[in-house]
Design a protein around this ligand. Structure first.
Ligand code: DGY
Length: 335
């Protein structure tokens, strides 16, 4: 008899779900939006696996709703702050995510934000779109150079390194701060205070954990240059958004580029950020290319198929076992 797999969205890019349905009975949330906890719990009983996204709550209630049949929860997401890792480990459930496959695509978007924020692309493009461009003027939309600037990477994992590689083409000096990573030929490891003080662009590439929540707040923003730009493609909670808004409005930093927010999706909390001319905002699209999103689903499916076939998961989350009930592996902390 085929094992039952709960899929929290039925419309996913690529062919991953087709492969999964050849091996398992899929129970997919049929709605077009996001299922709530009660809706997922109602579909979960008897599931051997769950394929979820980074914004589905994978907590003790969902794990218990699935019951003792549950062996693996696979995220089609690199970020995993939505998973209660301790609850999964206690129940011997494998939890996986998708490192590796989205690093290059997310690094591309990081550069798009750097360029847009420092060269004021949003405001300039909006003027043209609004029919307000009447004349070439020497002082219109003066921005700040990216080439030759100092880029400070907070977190030097796969995505941070992919950004560092791109920075070489812009002739940038690259610094990084990451207690878990050493130095290489692309970037110099520096202390937290030096990174804040010396960087023209501070770009965040750390997961959201208790340690990184509001890592960039009032004090850190005050330590940055008035000409600097803060960029985040990691997780919203890493930045104190109220403090950021104040810093940009008061000209204490030049600009910001954000793809991720403390409270997603769009709502009252987001509106002031979106309205601010010197903050470029995108709706969480760091990994949004056809091939990368398909690769994320594929890796999640591979993790499920492996665990259901009694093989270790390929990319288990730190703090959960790679096989159901097994010992706990550790992996790098940076995104
Ligand atoms: C990720 O993979 O973490 C992206 O933010 C999508 O969830």
């Amino acid at each position: 008899m085929k094992k039952r797999v709960l899929v929290t969205r039925e419309d996913l890019p690529g062919r991953g779900l087709e492969r999964l349905s050849a091996a398992a009975e899929l129970v997919a949330w049929p709605g077009s939006g996001k299922p709530g906890p009660a809706e997922l719990a109602a579909l979960a009983p008897g599931a051997s696996a769950v394929l979820a996204l980074g914004n589905d709550a994978v907590d003790a209630a969902l794990l218990d709703a699935a019951g003792p049949s549950l062996r693996v929860v696979a995220l089609a997401s690199m970020g995993h702050d939505n998973v209660d890792v301790a609850a999964a480990a206690e129940r011997g459930v494998v939890a996986t995510h998708t490192p590796g496959v989205l690093a290059e695509t997310t690094a591309d978007l990081t550069f798009a934000l750097i360029l847009a924020a420092r060269r004021r692309l949003g405001a300039a493009g909006a003027r043209l779109a609004g029919g307000g461009w009447d004349l070439f003027r020497m002082r219109d939309y003066l921005g700040l150079d990216i080439h030759g600037a100092t880029l400070g990477l907070v977190g030097y994992g796969q995505i941070g390194r992919a950004v560092a590689r791109r920075a070489q083409g812009f002739g940038m000096r690259v610094l990084h701060h990451d207690p878990y990573a050493g130095e290489d030929s692309l970037s110099t490891a520096v202390g937290w205070e030096s990174l804040l003080a010396e960087s023209d662009i501070v770009s965040l590439h750390v997961p959201l954990t208790d340690e990184t929540r509001h890592l960039v707040s009032e004090r850190e923003l005050a330590a940055m240059k008035p000409t600097s730009t803060l960029v985040s493609t990691s997780r919203g909670g890493v930045v104190d958004e109220d403090a950021l808004l104040r810093a940009v409005r008061e000209g204490r930093i030049h600009s910001a580029g954000l793809d991720v927010y403390e409270r997603e999706p769009m709502g009252a909390a987001l509106s002031p950020l979106v309205a601010e001319e010197n903050i470029v905002t995108l709706p969480h699209i760091g990994s949004a290319t056809e091939s990368t999103r398909a690769a994320m689903v594929d890796l999640a499916v591979d993790n499920i198929l492996d665990v259901l076939a009694e093989r270790p998961a390929r990319t288990a989350l730190p703090g959960t076992p790679a096989v159901p009930g097994g010992s706990v592996p550790t992996t790098e902390a940076s995104a």
